[in-house]
Design a protein around this ligand. Structure first.
Ligand code: GDG
Length: 475
């Protein structure tokens, strides 16, 4: 029979992601998603495959393998050229902006496109000798869209699932991608393609339909030649209970205590984002500034801390933005601040996990206003970190995937400066009872849809996916 065995618990899980959380000493680093995937890998024993994070001259095509418990890590180095073309190039200058609806920022270079497909082919070739016939393969994110097609070309018939951590735009936007047809065909080699929201999944399926790639069979399934691809929404969660505990314990954290002391009796507004144009930082600082100007009674009574670790600094669009946001924060403080009040504390630094949980907890407002975001885990972490008897308020962009779930947030249009400013005022004035009601409903959601539940939902959908016994499509 062409059917895969259905008892998935005996099958080994293979996770493929651009970054693999393996340190030089072989131990793994903790982080929400990482922990969840590690958990899933540990349950059945598994392999985690991807880029080492290193660029070297003449990289080997054999993965460096290390073992931690029953998880095997296998990583490849990249040459500088591969890194420039595949990662800094096509992935981050074409796929990332298009998927975030930013056609104004797209850079299309034939050589980068070629590099992207070349690296995917090389990764598939290096993964091939490590694979067993009954492995279930879970590929993550936009770096590896063509990976399954490459594995199929090498003859692999394993179940292969793909999860996209960023949005998928409507076809009029998506079709600005070069090799658009080829990328879509590449998705067709998976058994399951997952997105954060039903909207992304629907956009994606419409792209297939408009390009005449296969045809839909009911909702969430698509027939491409003799292969059936499942398409679905799998909103990612966080490790809620661990975050709740970390936040409660963080009162003892030194940075949290110092920050609290430095605020005096001012209310804290917090933003936490990688420095990325998708996060709407410019609009957010503008909205805060508008709030202060239109609510003079709040002058010197609130402080906005924006924690923004630098990201992708070798991509030109990011360098430009780093300068612009820093300038804007400086301007805002210069024009609004006072000798004893710095309205915006803009920090280009990573804050420790425990301190971050503590800072969320002491904030009256979590300001999460991306222009476009696949999910946005900060929104969920902020909610989980709140004190149940006196929770803060989440102000959330309707363009974040999280807006589909977090119904207790004040939803805003991040482009509408005055509406965002009004939302800040509304949040600061919100009575305790309303804050509790909103928080309770969001927390209920976070307790059910944890990151572990997400893993299980995706993997169980993947293990059902090829039960129709159809051969995967080989293009
Ligand atoms: C992509 C998608 C999707 C940030 N600064 C610090 C810090 N962080 C942590 C946050 C959070 C994570 O980084 C950021 O996750 P997000 O989801 O907010 O955003 P992306 O990095 O863009 O992630 C996104 C996600 O993938 C998962 O699918 O939700 O839409 O774009 O966990 O806490 N952590 C620490 N210090 C910092 O300074 N410790």
């Amino acid at each position: 029979s062409k059917k895969q065995p259905s008892s998935s618990h005996q099958q080994r899980l293979v996770v493929v992601s651009n970054r693999v959380p393996v340190r030089r000493d072989g131990a793994s680093k903790a982080g929400g998603l990482t922990v969840a995937l590690e958990g899933a890998l540990k349950r059945s024993g598994g392999l985690w495959f991807g880029w080492s994070g290193e660029t070297v001259d003449n990289p080997s095509d054999q993965a460096k393998v290390s073992q931690a418990g029953n998880i095997t890590f296998a990583v490849l180095d990249l040459s500088q050229q591969d890194y420039d073309e595949y990662y800094a190039g096509f992935a981050n200058r074409a796929l990332w902006p298009v998927c975030h609806y930013r056609l104004d920022l797209v850079q299309i270079e034939r050589q980068e496109l070629d590099g992207y497909f070349r690296v995917n082919r090389a990764f598939a070739a290096s993964l091939a000798p490590l694979l067993r016939p009954d492995d279930v393969i879970w590929v993550h994110d936009y770096h590896f869209i063509p990976l399954a097609a490459e594995l199929r070309r090498l003859g692999f018939k394993n179940r292969i699932g793909f999860f996209l951590h960023i949005p998928w735009p409507p076809s009029d936007v998506a079709s600005a991608l070069p090799a658009y047809q080829q990328l879509l065909q590449g998705f067709g080699a998976y058994d399951l393609v997952g997105f954060h929201t039903p909207q992304d999944a629907e956009n994606f399926q419409r792209c297939l339909i408009r390009e005449n790639i296969g045809s839909p069979i009911g909702t969430g399934e698509h027939q491409i030649e003799n292969h059936k691809v499942r398409i679905g929404a799998f909103p990612v969660g966080i490790d809620t209970e661990t975050f709740v505990r970390a936040a409660a314990n963080a009162e003892r954290n030194a940075l949290v205590r110092r920050t609290k002391a430095s605020l005096g009796d001012r209310d804290l507004i917090i933003g936490v984002d990688r420095l990325d144009y998708s996060k709407g930082l410019k609009q957010r600082i503008e909205a805060f500034s508008c709030f202060v100007k239109s609510n003079p009674d709040f002058r010197n009574r609130v402080t906005y801390i924006q924690i923004t670790p630098k990201s992708r600094s070798d991509v030109p669009e990011y360098q430009r933005m780093q300068r612009e946001i820093a300038e804007q924060a400086g301007w805002t403080n210069g024009s609004l601040g006072e000798v004893d009040w710095t309205p915006v504390r803009y920090v280009n630094r990573t804050v420790g996990h425990a301190a971050l949980a503590g800072l969320y907890r002491m904030s009256r407002i979590g300001l999460v206003t991306p222009l476009r975001d696949g999910m946005n885990l900060v929104a969920k972490e902020f909610v989980a970190a709140q004190q149940p008897d006196d929770p803060g308020v989440l102000i959330l962009s309707r363009f974040a995937g999280a807006a589909h779930e977090l119904d207790g947030a004040i939803l805003v249009n991040p482009y509408d400066t005055e509406a965002c400013a009004a939302a800040i005022a509304q949040a600061l004035r919100m009575p305790l009872e309303e804050r509790r009601e909103r928080w309770d409903s969001m927390m209920a959601r976070l307790r059910t849809n944890t990151v572990e539940a997400w893993c299980q939902r995706f993997l169980s959908s993947l293990s059902d996916a090829s039960d129709a016994g159809l051969e995967p499509h080989i293009s």
